[in-house]
Design a protein around this ligand. Structure first.
Ligand code: PEP
Ligand code: MG
Length: 754
């Protein structure tokens, strides 16, 4: 049965007027509860607000004993109010005192009231408080009344989020909204960022909550839902990934939600009750989120992200999307996102970014690599943080330990300020090392090289004291661009890189696109397993136009100088042969047209696919050098997706099996007298780099920030003793040995920093 719809609309209109009145927060709350009580014909209306200590405090009441305000409280889960807050579900009871959870508070005088309706005050699925109405006579509240109360609760949530209640909280008592929170995730890029939250996909801020003309709002909603359905259908029809790289199953989930009649009906009902279309979407999103978050079934919980996405899309249909470039960034922005692509990070003004926080994000995903290149500290794998953070909240991101402090208390903040000063001093020490050679304590020479891909990386060559660029990821230029970089643009970049490197050598890698490296302007087909799909050299050989253009750009840029070029994801020797043939043809073309050829050309292959380990001899006969891509080699050897956050940390690169494989590669290269470098992320971690030295690697290529710490390690280690120690671990023991622990013991005993 449905009551009249006029009631809630009148209530909302009055609320809107009340919100605009220039009165104090307490007076406003008092008037609000009086207004609600009158509107739903209840004798009592009370508002409880969740405090930072997990207690729900009575902040305003109409009908209960006024002296109970700010004096009555219930813990989360305690009493009916506590249960509503804990479960984020309304309770509608005709005989409240018979309910098992009822908790009697004599100071309120509530024993006189039988019926009880309470709804959670929700924001982005978070409970901020509880709103209750009560009546003396027994009754069940109508569906419309529940709806009206929920709608009102949403307006109150905005008022709480705006910080208006802080003024009337007792001294020293904080509201839950401003509660400090601490999370432990995975450190992705080192460094410490102190700053303020910028939401990457800003929750579309609904500023107009209460409708002026409900029919007009219903029309807007219908139109937006129709547009949304068209967009989703279109995305699916293209049967490819859309710009954000979403896959088919995600799109199917979008479609399911977009066409869900229940969803559309609930939003319409919220509009009927007096909200604007966007406020209605937000309210239903918040309710659904609150319900899904509490589900124990992981499959349902996983749908939460898809649901949030589709609701956000609908909000953008209604309100338009803010563009990153238009965002007004604070000078100390910490970007908070569920996940993001590398190009999206580059859209931000680098000078303003102090840190990056991702709900997902793996240590070797591309956004992480770009964050490291830019020297932005980053932490990943903190589920749900996007809905817990408000834009503008103070936040600390510790990329070294993976810790995040949201709204930190001042002692934590001061401790971090000290830490930042300490790091600055250590960086100063690394800078002093910059001109010192990377030679071990017992005189073994190593070459520490940079992984780069953007022009911003190049000043690091001198600053960090690197010996050259061991891996230039050419795809980064493509990932940053909004359209396909033409040959001239490619050539210009390569020339600048070679110029900037001067006497130092640069190893370019041909385009490694596909996998997680999606170019928004190239349509690729959706693949079940993109990391093992049509990517890198495979794509390069099948679409030779692409590779040819790049090779031509490289040959032009390196005219008269040396060119080192390697190919990613080589799986069989024949692929390298074909790539070399392509380079030779381009060389001939260059000469025919009278261009200057490079003074020297060296072609190499990356070892990233385990199959190549069994063709090493044949490969080494053909190449001028090899380079181990340990990120991919590890993912394929361990059959463990490098971007899958559930698996990161599960298998250790310092395992006997992986180290033996790496050792086999360096041994084969040494026998063939071909240079070998390792350029995956492990080469940039001091303990891992030490293991690599111990099995024979001498050329290590890493992110700029890693050079200092790795050089400190190298200069302290005796390679001879390390080799003997590691050989014993790998040869004399079976599989059951904790190499990481053993190496840390060795480093401690020998006073090697790591
Ligand atoms: C690797 O796989 O280790 C590597 C260096 O290449 P990328 O990380 O760019 O795939
Ligand atoms: Mg790789």
């Amino acid at each position: 049965m449905r009551g009249s719809l006029a009631g809630p609309r009148v209530l909302l209109r009055r609320l809107r007027e009340l919100m605009a009145e220039r009165i104090g927060a307490q007076e406003r709350l008092d008037k609000i509860v009086a207004l609600i009580a009158a509107n739903v014909v209840a004798e009592v209306c009370s508002m409880y607000i969740l405090r930072a200590d997990g207690v729900l405090e009575l902040f305003a009441t109409e009908g209960l004993n006024p002296t109970a305000v700010h004096n009555t409280s219930l813990s989360l889960g305690e009493g009916l109010v506590g249960q509503i807050a804990a479960e984020a579900e309304p309770l509608n009871l005709s005989d409240a005192q018979q309910h098992a959870a009822f908790a009697y508070r004599p100071e309120t005088g509530e024993e006189a009231f039988q019926s009880f309706l309470g709804v959670p005050i929700l924001r982005a699925g978070r409970t901020l408080g509880v709103l209750v109405v009560q009546n003396r006579a027994r009754r069940i509240y109508l569906e419309d009344e529940v709806e009206a109360l929920q709608t009102t609760a949403m307006v109150l949530a905005e008022m709480i989020a705006a910080g208006e209640l802080a003024a009337i909280s007792r001294a020293g008592v904080e509201l839950d909204m401003s509660r400090p929170m601490h999370f432990i995730g995975a450190g992705l890029a080192e460094g410490i960022g102190l700053g303020h939250v910028v939401l990457h996909e800003p929750r579309v801020v609904v500023t107009k909550l209460i409708a002026v003309d409900t029919d007009e709002e219903l029309d807007r909603l219908d139109q937006a839902i129709a547009n949304l359905r068209l967009t989703v259908d279109d995305m699916l029809e293209r049967r490819d990934m859309d710009k954000t790289g979403e896959h088919r199953d995600v799109l199917e989930a979008y479609r399911m939600f977009a066409y869900d009649r229940g969803w559309a009906r609930r939003i319409r009902e919220a509009v009927d009750s007096g909200l604007t279309a966007e406020a209605a979407v937000e309210r239903v999103q918040s309710d659904t989120r609150a319900r899904l978050v509490r589900q124990t079934d992981p499959v349902i919980r996983e749908r939460l992200n898809d649901f949030d996405d589709i609701a956000n899309r609908l909000l953008r249909e209604l309100m338009g999307a803010p563009h990153i470039a238009d965002l007004d960034l604070p000078k100390d922005a910490i970007i908070v996102a569920r996940n993001m692509g590398a190009a999206e990070l580059l859209d931000y003004n680098r000078d303003c970014i102090r840190g990056l926080l991702l709900e997902e994000g793996g240590p070797t995903s591309h956004v992480t690599i770009v964050a490291r290149a830019l020297g932005i500290s980053a932490v990943g794998q903190i589920a749900g943080v996007v809905s817990l953070a408000e834009a503008g909240d103070a936040i600390i991101v510790d990329g070294d330990s993976g810790q995040v402090h949201l709204r930190p208390p001042s002692d934590v903040e001061h401790a971090y300020i000290d830490k930042v000063r300490f790091r600055a001093r250590r960086q100063e020490q690394y800078r002093l090392l910059c001109d010192k050679p990377a030679v071990s304590a017992d005189g073994v020479k190593t070459r520490l090289l940079l992984n780069a891909g953007l022009l911003v990386d190049l000043p690091h060559l001198a600053e960090a004291g690197a010996d050259g660029v061991g891996l230039f990821r050419t795809e980064l230029q493509f990932m940053v661009a909004s359209s396909f970089p033409r040959m001239g643009e490619q050539e210009a970049l390569y020339r600048k890189v070679i110029d900037a490197a001067g006497a130092r050598q640069v190893t370019f890698r041909s385009l490694d696109i596909g996998g997680d490296k999606v170019l928004p302007y190239i349509r690729t087909v959706t693949e079940e397993n993109p990391a093992m799909g049509w990517r890198a050299i495979r794509l390069g050989l099948d679409r030779p136009g692409l590779l040819r253009t790049q090779v031509r750009a490289l040959l032009h840029a390196a005219g008269g100088r040396r060119l080192d070029l390697m190919f990613p994801m080589v799986t069989e020797v024949g692929e390298f042969d074909r790539a070399r043939l392509l380079v030779e043809r381009e060389l001939a073309h260059l000469e025919r047209h009278g261009h200057k050829r490079p003074a020297d050309i060296r072609l190499g292959a990356m070892i990233e696919v385990p199959a190549l380990l069994f063709e090493l001899e044949a490969l080494l006969e053909r190449v001028d050098f090899i380079s181990v891509g340990s990120n991919d080699l590890m993912q394929f050897m361990m059959a463990s997706d490098r971007g899958n956050t559930r698996l990161s940390g599960r298998f250790d690169a310092l395992s006997p099996s992986f180290l033996r494989a790496l050792r086999a590669i360096v041994r084969a290269a040494n026998s063939a007298r071909k240079p070998v470098t390792i350029c995956g992320e492990m080469a940039g971690k001091p303990l891992e780099a030490m293991a690599l030295l111990g099995i024979g690697y001498r050329n290590l290529s890493m992110a700029p920030a890693a050079i200092g710490p790795v050089k400190s390690m190298v200069r302290a280690v005796s390679v001879e003793r390390l080799e003997a120690y590691l050989a014993n671990l790998l040869d004399a023991h079976g599989a059951n040995v904790d190499i990481r622990r053993a190496l840390a013991d060795f480093a401690d005993a020998e006073d090697i920093p790591y």
